[in-house]
Every structure is written in structure tokens, then in C-alpha cells.
Write a protein that binds this ligand. Structure first.
Ligand code: PDD
Length: 286
């Protein structure tokens, strides 16, 4: 089981227990991050920790540790758990207090937890692409906060899973927003299009890496809302996340997209993304 980080201390994971009155447990009153690890090294750690602080701040939780301290603790945890390829999950909640919707007094310490998960790269899916369904986006209007409240996302993902699909692509009316745990991209006539980073989606770290790669490599890219019709008519569709990287989508709602195989621009971005990982974490063997 290895070790976990609890409020700044690395302890046996089996000892890391949640109090029944932890506000994360009762209300989902907290925020989280998932950081990818390749070759024992963190990928885009600074960006994730920055978003973590921003999410916490946006719901009025003051982290008891700086990003620098968090990075040091997480790196130590990685080493102690000998994690080569996998994820670090971390979350902070508003702490333990008698159940009350109103925030507790400011002397209640937030609960910070982190642990590691061994998980290999999804090589087969990256090569062949995945299937998705469409579902109405029923979530709240602050999807930019990486909140522990994931019920809307879970219901969407479960629906996809029951249909044998990898992801649920959410839409508000005609407008495509994002996946249940990923950002969505289309490619039309060589241009990459993805929803602008506003309150309706999570500003994905992977999304930002992809936008940057497009700009540096002269791949036309634009951040704007696109419609279900544009999705249906796209030359290529892919999704992105920390764990899924640049993942081709080859079928939506049972309809095979264009060629039914990962597209040219998607493949190019997969290549560039892999190079970016290797720049930060060393050569990938698989
Ligand atoms: N999910 N949108 C949503 C709703 C997400 O949950 C995620 C990530 C993303 C992609 O963000 P990033 O590229 O920073 O991982 C977009 C994580 C991986 C999860 O909940 O497991």
C-alpha cells in the first residue's frame, strides 16, 4: 500500500484515515489535483500546483503549505513509494468541523492528503482511439474550479461506461463543453478548435500544453465554443487529460467519425506531446 501524505507528514497509507466530519467527506467541500509521473519524475508539476492553489483560493481555503513546500513533499512521497509510472492524487478539504453548511471558524485546519497510484500509459487506446457518447452537461457553472464535487461528471462517465465507451462528451444545448474528465478538441481543415477556458470547463493542464505545442509548431489553433454539428462534421476529434494524454476519438454515439482511425493532426500532436514528456521526464520506453 505504501505511504501517504497527511497534513505535511508522510505516514503509512493504511494509517491515513478520514474523520466522519471531514467536510470533504460530507460536502465535497474541497479541491483536488492529479499529477502524472513518468520515469519517476513529475510532469508539469508547477502548473498543477498553481491550479491547486488557485482552486483552493477560489473557494476560500487557505493552503497551509506553499507550492514549493507541496512540491518537495510530493517528490519525497514519490521516492518513498518508488513510483515509476503513475499518478499522484492530492486533495485539500476545508477540514473537520461539526456538520454545518456555513464555513467553520478560520482556526479549523484544512485537511491535505496525497498518495500515489501506479498506472501505465494507455498505449492501446492511444494507438487505436476510443469511443464516446454525447450527454447534456448538467453540472454547475464553476467547472473551472477543480472541485471534489464530481457527481455530474460521474453520472456522465457512468453513462459512457454502460455503453462500452471511454468518455462522455458533454454539451450545453448545442455547445460542446468538455468530457466528464477531459477536454475535447476537433480538427477542421487543419485547424485545431477547443472550448475557451472559462467557467464552463476546467482549464486543463494538458490542454494548455497542446495549445502551446500547436503555436510553436505552426498548427493553426483557436479557442472558441463549437457546436454539436461542428463536432459531427469534424475531420478529427481528440480528448486530453493528465492520464489520457492526447487521445483520439474515433466513434461518437455509435457513429464512426470520418476514417474511423486517429487523424493526421492528432498523430502529430501525440508525437509532439510525447517529446514534451521526454523533455521533462526522460525517454519513454512504452
Ligand atoms: N481530470 N476536464 C475535466 C472535467 C477533468 O476532470 C479533467 C482532468 C480535465 C483535463 O485536465 P488536465 O489536463 O489538467 O488533467 C478536463 C483528472 C485527470 C481526473 O479527474 O482524474
Amino acid at each position: 500500500m505504501g505511504f501517504a501524505l497527511l497534513n505535511g507528514e508522510i505516514i503509512e497509507r493504511s494509517e491515513a484515515k478520514v474523520d466522519v466530519e471531514d467536510r470533504g467527506y460530507q460536502f465535497g467541500d474541497g479541491v483536488y489535483e492529479v499529477i502524472r509521473v513518468y520515469n519517476g519524475k513529475l510532469f508539469t508539476a508547477a502548473e498543477h500546483l498553481k491550479r491547486f492553489s488557485k482552486s483552493a483560493e477560489s473557494i476560500g481555503i487557505s493552503l497551509q503549505f506553499s507550492s514549493k513546500q507541496l512540491l518537495e513533499m510530493v517528490e519525497e512521497l514519490l521516492k518513498k513509494n518508488n513510483l515509476e509510472t503513475g499518478n499522484i492524487y492530492m486533495q485539500v478539504t476545508r477540514g473537520i468541523a461539526p456538520r454545518n453548511h456555513v464555513f467553520p471558524a478560520s482556526n479549523v485546519t484544512p485537511t491535505l492528503v496525497a498518495y500515489t497510484i501506479k498506472s501505465s500509459r494507455p498505449i492501446d487506446n492511444l494507438k487505436s482511439g476510443v469511443k464516446a457518447i454525447l450527454t447534456e452537461d448538467i453540472r454547475w457553472l464553476r467547472c473551472d474550479i477543480k472541485s471534489l464535487n464530481l457527481l455530474g461528471n460521474l453520472l456522465a462517465k457512468q453513462k459512457a461506461s454502460e455503453k462500452g465507451c471511454f468518455e462522455a462528451i458533454q454539451h450545453r444545448g448545442q455547445d460542446v463543453t468538455e468530457g466528464s474528465s477531459s477536454n475535447i478538441f476537433i480538427v477542421k481543415d487543419g485547424t485545431v478548435i477547443t472550448h475557451e477556458s472559462n467557467n464552463l470547463i476546467l482549464k486543463g493542464i494538458t490542454k494548455d500544453v497542446i495549445l502551446d505545442l500547436c503555436r510553436k509548431n505552426n498548427i493553426p489553433v483557436i479557442e472558441r465554443t463549437f457546436s454539436l454539428t461542428e463536432l459531427d462534421d469534424a475531420d478529427e476529434v481528440f480528448l486530453s487529460s493528465t492520464t489520457a494524454e492526447v487521445m483520439p476519438v474515433i466513434e461518437i454515439n455509435g457513429k464512426i467519425m470520418k476514417a474511423g482511425v486517429p487523424g493526421k493532426v492528432t498523430r502529430k500532436l501525440q508525437d509532439l506531446f510525447q517529446k514534451e514528456i521526454e523533455k521533462q521526464c526522460g525517454v519513454l520506453v512504452s
